[in-house]
Ligand binder design. Sequence first.
Ligand code: ATP
Ligand code: MG
Length: 454
Amino acid sequence: MLMLKKSDLPEGSVQEEETLTVTIPYSPRPLQAMFHQNLKRFNVLVCHRRFGKTVFSVNELIRQAMACKRTRPQYAFISPIMKQSKRNAWNMFKEFTAPIPYVKFNESELRIDFPNGAIIHVLGADNADALRGLYLDGVVLDEVAQMDPDVWTKVIRPALSDRRGWGIFIGTKEGKNLFYDLYEQAEGREDWYRSLITAEESGYIEEGELTAALESMGPDSYAQEYGSAWDSAIKGSYYAAIISQINENGQINTTTWDPALPVITAWDIGMKDKTCIWFAQTKDGNVYLIDYYENEDEVLGHYAGVVLAKPYTYKHHILPHDAKQRSFDTGRTRVHQLESLGLRVHVAAKLSVIDGINSVRVLLPKCHFNRDKCEAGLKALKHYRTEYDALKQIYKEVPRHDWSSHASDAFRYLAMELRTTVKRRPTMANTAKYDPFDFAPEHKTTDEWDPLTQ
Ligand SMILES: Nc1ncnc2c1ncn2[C@@H]1O[C@H](COP(=O)(O)OP(=O)(O)OP(=O)(O)O)[C@@H](O)[C@H]1O
Ligand SMILES: [Mg+2]
């Protein structure tokens, strides 16, 4: 139930009475009610599939928007991609706000204007630019596990600073990512509330249904979507299981730059998106990822500057195949631009994405990562995945394009370059059985074979 004061409503809309009472068609389930009561400034709510996360957070936003006494309060409901927000939340907002008089819906902007001047924006984190410059009194991030960590730290968190806004992070576990980090950080902090509710605890899903889900999904996916496990492999992930394995083997560690060896870099250059750069060295058949850099909205010269400012001695820099295309603005290719800035460029071979992904899968077991310097890149590699087609119950053949694509593409170019460099070697024996990455010492055909020194 919401009480609207005459002063909150447009002039002349309420004549006599001081308040107007409207009933929202939502009665929270017990655990939803517990969340509404316990909320602090920041809230990390980890719940199983079909818990009622979206219904809860849509209604919390409506309540906050109507209760806020500030001038023109602004709120946002954000899903990983705009399509999800539109499909899952927009109709819920319309349904639950229907009894409130003088609410306006802007269908093209997905924006709701309330009679007291409050605004709720329904957005997707895939269009982070639309979020820049917004001040927010409160925000809901739905399905946080699928979001680019940068959208929270660089775009949304700053938007909350002006008015000391609040945040609700809600979703289902999908491996260790931003959602996991926030859940960990929330522990014991004064203005943070966190809660993790499994399907067994809530009792919202019938036992027979849970048993059927366990049988059809297998224990890993079940533990992720309905149980309490954080670290099960991400559904559809290309590399999460291999990365988890190499982590167990101790290959994600404090590996550092060896000044005696050259460094190669592999780039994915984004025009509107991120540019990502991996820094690698090879030794004794292993690949050492010693550094990683990503940024966006910067010119090519910025990235060249970052690379050249490092103390490394470079062998060369791997660029995607399309870096040979001429830029519309300058008439020059990105290869030319970087070469004129002093970088020795190698253009990656043109292989299909799936071939490249397979190359990465073969390369990863030979990789050692510096845990701190490569943290953002590793998160992206773990997240990179194919889309699951729930209707056909199959994984699609192409990777999903999201925030993790750029770091993963750059890594793919690295793997492809190492593979083709090795493949080109004319003296390599037994090419039919030859594993392009198997450049461990016992497979060398020359004494000092190393793809970087060719
Ligand atoms: N308080 C409530 N009263 C009645 N039904 C509810 C309530 N909360 C949620 N539901 C119903 O439960 C179902 C799941 O709700 P919702 O979509 O919010 O869950 P979710 O946790 O976001 O699910 P998903 O994991 O699929 O995103 C919907 O059919 C919704 O109508
Ligand atoms: Mg939902």
